[in-house]
Design a protein around this ligand. Structure first.
Ligand SMILES: [Zn+2]
Length: 314
C-alpha cells in the first residue's frame, strides 16, 4: 500500500483514528490499531471487521508468528472449502512461486468447482456490463478535471471498477467478502489502491472530508440502513464531493429477490435531508449521447441511477 489515504483511516466501531503498527521488523507485516481493537493487514488487504469468532484476532496471531498464508486461510472464514483451496493455491502460485493466473481463468475454475456458480457465471459475463460502463462514464470519463481524486467504491466486489481508475487517482474498495477483496487485490492495476474487508453497515472507515467521489455500483439495494449510509457518505465526502449510485431499484413484486428497493422519491428526500444538492436521476446505461436523464417521477422502477453533490452543511 503506497497511499497516504491510510492516514485518514478510522475505526468504524469506536470512531477513533487507526494507527499503523509494524511487527516482525523488515518482513513488511503490519496492523492498524484504534482505542478498541487491532486489525490485521494480509497481503495488503486491511481486515477491518469483527465477528463472533474473533477472526481478526486469530489472523493477527498467525501474522505475528510470520504465517501469512495461514492468516490468509483464516480470513477466508465462511468461504466454501473448494473456493478456499483454489484461492489459496492462486496466492501460493503468485507469492511463493511467482506464477500469476489470469483473472478469467481463476473465475472459470471457481465457477467449475462451485458452489455459487450463478455468481461466478455473472462475474465472467459482466466485466463490461451496462452499469459498469455507466459508473465509469459518471465517475471517470465525464470528469474533465486534471485534479487528483480520492475515490471510494462501496461494495467493490472483485475490482472491475478499479480497473477503470486513472493512475493518478487514489482508490479505496470496500467489501464485506474477503474472497472478493482477495481476488481484487490479486489483479489490482494501480499502486494507489487499498482494499478493505469491512462491514459497511457499521460505518465507513474514514475520517470526515476525505473523498472527492463515493460510488455505490450495483450495491445500494443491499444496504439495510440506507439513511445511515447516506449520512456516512456525506461525512466522508469533501465539500462538493460527488455521490454516485448506479443501479438502484424500487420496491415491488418484480424486485423482491434483488435486495431492498427504494423509490426515487424516498431516495431524493433522504439525500436532501442530508444536505446533498444537484440531485439528478438517469438510466442504468449510457449511449453515444451520454447519460439518459430522467425525472424522479419517471425513473425505470427496475433499475435507475443518480448522482448528487455534497452541499455546504453535509
Ligand atoms: Zn475501534
Amino acid at each position: 500500500m503506497v497511499i497516504d489515504i491510510t492516514n485518514s483511516l478510522q475505526c468504524p466501531y469506536c470512531s477513533t483514528q487507526l494507527q499503523k503498527t509494524t511487527f516482525r521488523q523488515g518482513k513488511g507485516f503490519f496492523s492498524y490499531s484504534c482505542k478498541c481493537d487491532e486489525y490485521p493487514v494480509i497481503f495488503g488487504i486491511l481486515y477491518l471487521k469483527k465477528d463472533d469468532f474473533q477472526t481478526h484476532k486469530k489472523i493477527l496471531q498467525h501474522l505475528k508468528k510470520g504465517q501469512q498464508l495461514k492468516a490468509f486461510y483464516t480470513a477466508l472464514i465462511g468461504t466454501a472449502k473448494t473456493h478456499k483451496f483454489i484461492i489459496m493455491l492462486t496466492y501460493y502460485l503468485k507469492f511463493v512461486l511467482g506464477i500469476k493466473l489470469k483473472r478469467t481463468h481463476l473465475l472459470q475454475i471457481l465457477y467449475i468447482a462451485g458452489p455459487a456458480r450463478s455468481w461466478f457465471s455473472y462475474l465472467l459475463k459482466n466485466h463490461n456490463r451496462n452499469t459498469l460502463q455507466t459508473a465509469t462514464y459518471v465517475c471517470i470519463n465525464q470528469v474533465k478535471s486534471k485534479q487528483t481524486y480520492n475515490i471510494i467504491d462501496v461494495g467493490a466486489g472483485i475490482g472491475f471498477f478499479a480497473d477503470k481508475i486513472r493512475t493518478r487517482d487514489t482508490y479505496v474498495g470496500l467489501d464485506k467478502s474477503f474472497l472478493s477483496t482477495a481476488i481484487a487485490q490479486l489483479y489490482r492495476q494501480t499502486k494507489n489502491c487499498l482494499y478493505i474487508c469491512s462491514e459497511v453497515e457499521s460505518g465507513l472507515p474514514f475520517s470526515s472530508n476525505v473523498f472527492h467521489q463515493i460510488l455505490f455500483l450495483d450495491t445500494f439495494a443491499w444496504i439495510l440502513n440506507k439513511n445511515f449510509l447516506i449520512q456516512e457518505s456525506a461525512r466522508i465526502l469533501k465539500k462538493n464531493g460527488q455521490f454516485t449510485m448506479v443501479n438502484v431499484h424500487e420496491k415491488n413484486a418484480d424486485t423482491y429477490w434483488w435486495g431492498y428497493g427504494i423509490s426515487a422519491n424516498t431516495l431524493f428526500s433522504l439525500l436532501a435531508k442530508n444536505h446533498f444538492k444537484e440531485i439528478s436521476f438517469f438510466g442504468n446505461s449510457v449511449n453515444s449521447r451520454g447519460l439518459q436523464s430522467v425525472t424522479k417521477t419517471s425513473v425505470e422502477p427496475l433499475g435507475y441511477s443518480l448522482m448528487a453533490s455534497k452541499g455546504l452543511h453535509g
